[in-house]
Design a protein around this ligand. Sequence first.
Ligand SMILES: [Zn+2]
Length: 304
Amino acid sequence: MSAASELKPLVKSLNSASSEEETLKILNTLKDFAKITEAVLRESKAGLAVGKLRSNASKPVSELAKEIVRKWKHEVEREKAAGGGSKGAAKPPGASAPAKKAVSSSAAATPSTPVTPSGSGGTKFNDTRSAKSDGIKVEYTGDKTRDKCAELIYDALVFDSGAPSELILNRAKDVEKTVLNDHGGTTAAYKAKIRSLFVNLKDKNNPGLRESVISGDLPVSRFCKMSSQDMASEERKRADELIAQQNLFNTLGAGEQEAETDAFQCGRCKQRKCRYRQAQTRSADEPMTTFVTCTVCNNRWKFS
Ligand SMILES: [Zn+2]
């Protein structure tokens, strides 16, 4: 019997528990459950069921639920740090991949992802996403060159992101359109610019650059005017900001419990079970930033 199928009946009774006493009893059983992995939590929906109870009106229930979620988070993180446990699918993001360290400009000519995403579809998290693995067909201009260029930008933005496909696709299209306008059509300069943006975005050392283009912190119009040097210095700036944002995320995540919504699709587990909240993180005349947390796999992203 798999760990997930052992958990499922518990989750079911937890969801239908009618008294505080009963809920606490089941939670305590769940707390002692040993074989917790990300996949088990997702498949059994235990993460979701217990996660919900963190905002339960009963204090003992909400406290215990919080404790369990914390414990599970640790276990999942440990699982990841250990190299994905038995599944071997999840590597910690940003882990070194010596085989494909440098992205050369020739990579732009052959946009196929160097690391094969797991073939079994939807159920595992790929740490390397692409238009292909996301099931995205970039066809919106009627022009093969332009579609291909937008797909390149999509691949560069998405590969280690947890943001939804929809959001990333919109950014990729915006980038392509902006470069097109800036260079008067699909000229040689257009292609060179797309290639340069691709190489810089996809650079493993530039996570802050990708993140800020996806979130909208760095407007596409400005990004498309940047030289490689600009992008490198932008990255240094963003790296510091990212740490501050991550702290903000953690603060927001802890106390605030928004109602679950299906308005957002998680880019990682593809489910539509997210909580979100909005905050003014920059100056008052700029748009609000929306922070989204997936209640299934705890993936987080933000956009404005
Ligand atoms: Zn998710």
